[in-house]
Design a protein around this ligand. Structure first.
Ligand SMILES: Cc1cc2nc3c(=O)[nH]c(=O)nc-3n(C[C@H](O)[C@H](O)[C@H](O)COP(=O)(O)O)c2cc1C
Length: 257
């Protein structure tokens, strides 16, 4: 059996951060499905048409996020202490808008634009919410419909604060937040165009989304903290994704401060 050395394994992993394969590696197998003429995946994860949807507020209808951008940039911090105050639904609407709202869909529905950039306009992320304390919203697991700007009740209604803290290796402040944003990637959306080079782009894009959340939180007297330390299986189970074609990549608790 050919057992790889640590150095070899690390070298292979590092390839993911590069923009091309190393010389001498056969490329044909990696021809993107877009080039092969395979139709693109949907822009948004489909859902049953009779689903219960929650209306969200437009970001310009409330007096939110009006503090100068420069102030949000200067005062941004990872915040792990939240007050027991609930988040308003208008505030949650603003945070969802600021992180993932679709702002344009091409006529052929191959590409879309969102409030954040994405390589090839592929936008591989779905946003799930573990709601603990949001006014006019029952605690539970929801999914943001980024095209419709609405919330879909995903699965169970109930309080999952203990489960989410446990799934994040006991980081108790996460369960104490008002709501946890969970970003799950559907890698095929990006693989369709970029094949094996998709992963670098997907991870960079998660950073864009979370930075927008940091700044938007600062603008409404709230705080967040990026979280990459979580148990993969437990998180995927909590948001109800299969862990193969869709899985958690990044999350962020949000609360009033
Ligand atoms: C990719 C990434 C993963 C992180 N994961 C965690 C985490 O699991 N738990 C946590 O408490 N903070 C986490 N953080 C927050 C960092 O600890 C924090 O950004 C760092 O201490 C700098 O503090 P600042 O954000 O206030 O500038 C993470 C930050 C990033 C960017």
């Amino acid at each position: 059996m050919n057992i790889k050395s640590y150095d070899e394994m690390i070298r292979e992993r590092r390839l993911m951060l590069k923009s091309e394969e190393e010389e001498g590696i056969e490329h044909d197998e990696w021809t993107p499905h877009q080039i092969k003429g395979i139709p693109p995946p949907p822009l948004e994860k489909p859902y049953p048409k009779d689903s219960v949807l929650v209306e969200l507020a437009s970001p310009d209808c409330a007096d939110l996020g009006k503090i100068p951008l420069v102030k949000t940039i200067v005062q941004r911090r990872s915040r792990r202490k939240y007050s027991s105050k609930a988040l308003k639904l208008e505030e949650l609407s603003f945070l969802l808008y600021a992180t993932q709202r679709v702002t344009q869909v091409d006529e052929d529905r191959v590409r879309s634009k969102r409030v954040v950039p994405s390589g090839g306009a592929r936008h591989p992320f779905e946003t799930y919410l573990i709601v603990n304390r949001v006014e006019n919203l029952e605690p539970g697991v929801y999914r943001y419909l980024a095209i419709e700007h609405k919330l879909l009740v995903v699965d169970r209604i109930g309080l999952f604060s203990d489960e989410i803290s446990r799934a994040c290796f006991g980081q108790s402040f996460i369960g104490e937040s008002a709501v946890v944003f969970v970003w799950a990637a559907i890698p095929y959306r990006t693989e369709w165009r970029y094949s094996n080079l998709a992963y670098k782009s997907i991870l960079i894009e998660a950073g864009h989304i979370c930075q927008n959340l940091y700044l938007a939180c600062e603008a409404i007297g709230s705080g967040t903290c990026a979280i990459a330390a979580y148990n993969q299986k437990a998180m995927d189970l909590l948001i109800g994704v299969d862990g193969i074609d869709e899985f958690t990549v990044y999350l962020a608790p949000v609360g009033k401060i």
